[in-house]
Design a protein around this ligand. Structure first.
Ligand SMILES: Nc1ncnc2[nH]cnc12
Ligand SMILES: [Zn+2]
Length: 337
């Protein structure tokens, strides 16, 4: 391990953009398929990995939703989340705000309770085992209807005190934020924080809509905001957090190569960019791998990396006292390394 690798792995950080279904490693997919007697269209782990070549978001989503079919029981959701927390803790993640897609499961007959209780028990265990705190973000699938999103929000009612935020994911182009303005307003009324994928494949206009119509607290991805100078100035002026996912951007062809990744341009333009893994089992890396990849490709300094880690806490949904504690821990870490 180089000095920089070790600095990145030990730098205290939060992960703000992680789909728990996207942390399903092929080995666990096979184990759960066997445990639940489910057939999967792959003969080996290598064959699964070989299928992970995508030319756009929809290519990936088709495989990702199919893979989630092995998740059946509360124990499956627990084991999925625990595997992620163990891996994240090894990467220096001390706080994780994880997204889950209830409709991916309820639409195939899995109870909402099964999904969320499995995740919640892993969250408790992760704090006891690693001291890693976490929060849940319930994401609506934007290729489905507004009505289906309202039904999901209603299903979540008994657990709203354990859900921190709602999100918006899945196929972006053709499903603008405006489609979900009313359900986001209802979620806000219930005291939930709001985030939405915008500007991953969709145009800058979708980022404007997420801000103006959804009134989000942060933007997931946001890459294409860079095409609109006035929007960049607005995002920077508002201190809006962007949860950027470099290896995801590479695998989904949002960028041609990492040498052309805009992470340092975002920082230079005053944007509150953070680095995250999105769907690590599918994109070839967890959060430290993402920091390492952009550090190498863009020549980021330790100061840049520490700034990205600071942004991950100031951009989190943690209360101010917890944010201050984590920022102090980064300062201590940086001054001793
Ligand atoms: N990168 C991504 N964009 C949109 N929806 C997703 N669901 C899981 N990962 C996603
Ligand atoms: Zn995502």
């Amino acid at each position: 391990m180089t000095d920089l690798d070790s600095f990145i792995a030990r730098l205290p950080k939060a992960e703000l953009h992680l789909h728990i279904e996207g942390s399903l490693e092929p080995e666990l997919m096979f184990a759960l398929a066997e445990r639940n007697g489910i057939a999967i269209p792959y003969a080996s782990v290598d064959e699964v990995r070989a299928a992970y070549a995508f030319s756009n978001l929809q290519d990936f989503l088709d495989i990702y939703y199919a893979g989630a079919g092995v998740l059946q029981t509360e124990a499956d959701f627990h084991d999925l989340a625990m595997a992620y927390f163990d891996r994240a803790a090894a990467d220096g993640v001390v706080h994780a705000e994880i997204m889950f897609d209830p409709q991916t499961h309820t639409d195939r007959g899995i109870a909402f309770a099964t999904v969320i209780e499995g995740l919640l028990s892993a969250m408790v265990e992760a704090e006891a085992k690693h001291g890693l705190t976490s929060a849940l973000i319930m994401s609506f699938l934007r290729h489905l209807s507004e009505e289906a999103a309202f039904e999901t929000l209603a299903m979540a009612e008994p657990w709203l005190d354990r859900i921190t935020a709602v999100g918006l994911d899945s196929s972006e182009v053709g499903h603008p934020p405006s489609k979900f303005a009313r359900v986001f307003a209802a979620a806000r009324e219930k005291g939930l924080k709001l985030t939405a994928h915008a500007g991953e494949e969709g145009p800058p206009e979708y980022v404007h809509e997420a801000l103006d119509l959804l009134q989000v607290d942060r933007i997931d991805h946001g890459n294409r905001a860079l095409e609109d100078g006035a929007l960049v100035r607005r995002l920077a002026g508002d201190g809006m957090t962007l949860t950027v996912c470099p290896l995801s951007n590479l695998k989904l062809c949002v960028v041609g190569d990492l040498a052309g990744h805009p992470i340092d341009r975002m920082l230079a333009e005053g944007l509150k960019a953070t680095v995250n893994s999105d769907d690590p089992a599918y994109f070839g890396g967890y959060v430290a791998d993402n920091y390492r990849a952009v550090a190498q490709a863009r020549g980021l300094s330790r100061d840049d990396l520490a700034q990205l880690a600071r942004n991950s806490f100031t951009g989190s949904f943690l209360p101010p006292d917890a944010v201050a504690r984590h920022l102090a821990a980064i300062d201590t870490f940086v001054s001793h390394s």
